[in-house]
Design a protein around this ligand. Structure first.
Ligand code: UDP
Length: 364
């Protein structure tokens, strides 16, 4: 048996791992040990995804969260190295671009354990983003580079990654959307509980440091959403970090009643909110793609995006939160639009392709 040790720690990683773990379990010759760093730890940021997406609980919980980037990554590095020394896996699997991703890849690379990176090759070309630093360093250390798109493959090739290490497998989040999201309907769930009419509202999510940690940008996002809320109710499942920052500055109390501020929701409620929105306004990577999976127009509250194909095809548009008038205008104009018929993220078999490749290479 070849042992794959998977490191996860943040909300989108639980979602991505749900399908890959199932595919690994079905691959003969492979076994998986799941390690949770603790980066996200609230029930609605972590546990809910394990129960909703049918995942086994992690074998180990490292309980590491908070502190600055260096402190968090450093503590994870120490703890993960210990786990790797005792578990002696044949490969380490990491996802995306968080501190858990970087710490897992670095601990493994230093112990000469080959690293598999799911969602390799994404680039914003903005090194001010902690995510960009994490993903570039992780790609550089990885033995297997599983890219979601041809664009991501091209970025890796341009940087000189050896082509035989790159496998364009499609996007695992598309697999999850097909697997779990397709069943979600407009009735019941959060829309029913809150009496929100399908297609009548704008769904907003905001969590990136470039927005939350910059008071002007965050105030611009709030002001733009308020302008939109005069015409369409805004449903905003608020990330704990955003809530803490808006709470400290007193901006939470002054939000109008047309902004439905709710706690982060589980995956299935989120799918319902996405699928039946008139528009999604977000700075999340995953939510931009899910908007497209459900053919809902999207506005990205950032200066750039890694998922450029969606902007090119007209499903998404960038609205850097610099001035509220133009941002709200982009949002209102996007409602009711559709983009071109593109299929950049594979056919929903990405997890199986990842497991097959790992099985073939490790068991040969
Ligand atoms: N998500 C969720 N509940 C929420 C907000 C987001 O289940 O309240 C899901 C969303 O559907 C997507 C993922 O979390 O699958 C995106 O994670 P996030 O926005 O935290 O990170 P990013 O994708 O930007 O790395």
């Amino acid at each position: 048996m070849n042992k794959i040790l998977t490191i996860i720690g943040a909300r989108p990683q639980f979602i991505k791992a749900s399908v890959v773990s199932q595919a690994i379990a079905k691959t003969s010759g492979l076994q998986e040990v799941l390690v949770h760093t603790g980066q996200h730890f609230d029930a609605n940021m972590s546990t809910v995804f394990f129960s909703e997406l049918g995942m086994k609980p992690p074998a180990q919980q490292l309980g590491i969260h908070g502190g600055g980037h260096g402190e968090m990554t450093g503590r994870m590095l120490i703890a993960i190295e210990r786990v790797l020394q005792s578990e002696k896996p044949d490969a380490v699997l990491v996802y995306g671009d968080t501190n858990s991703t970087l710490a897992g890849a670095l601990a493994a690379a230093k112990l000469r354990i080959p690293v598999a990176h799911v969602e390799a090759g994404l680039r914003s070309f903005n090194m001010a983003m902690p995510e960009e630093i994490n993903r570039i360093l992780t790609d550089r250390m990885s033995h297997w580079l599983f890219t979601p798109t041809d664009t991501a493959r091209a970025h890796l090739e341009n940087e000189g990654s050896p082509p035989h290490r790159i496998a364009t497998v499609g996007d695992v989040m598309y697999d999850v959307a097909l697997h779990h999201g397709a069943q979600v309907q407009a009735e019941g769930r959060i829309l029913g509980q809150r009496g929100i009419q399908p297609r009548s509202y704008v769904l907003a999510t905001v969590h990136r440091a470039e927005n939350t940690d910059n008071p002007h940008r965050l105030a611009t996002v709030v002001a733009a959403l308020e302008m939109v809320a005069a015409q369409y109710p805004v449903v905003w499942p608020m990330h704990p970090r955003t809530r803490a920052i808006l709470g400290r500055s007193g901006q939470l109390e002054s939000l109008s009643r047309n902004i439905h501020l709710i706690d982060p929701v589980g995956y299935l409620d989120m799918v319902q909110l996405e699928k039946f929105a008139a528009l999604i306004a977000t700075d999340s990577g995953g939510v931009q793609k899910e908007a497209f999976f459900y053919r809902v127009p999207c506005v990205t509250l950032r200066d750039e995006t890694e998922w450029t194909e969606l902007v090119e095809a007209g499903w998404n548009r960038l609205a850097p939160p610099l001035s509220s008038g133009p941002v709200s205008a982009v949002m209102l104009q996007a409602i009711g639009t559709q983009g071109a018929d593109i299929r950049p993220y594979g056919i929903g078999d990405s997890a199986a392709r990842i497991a097959q490749r790992l099985g073939a290479d490790l068991c040969s």
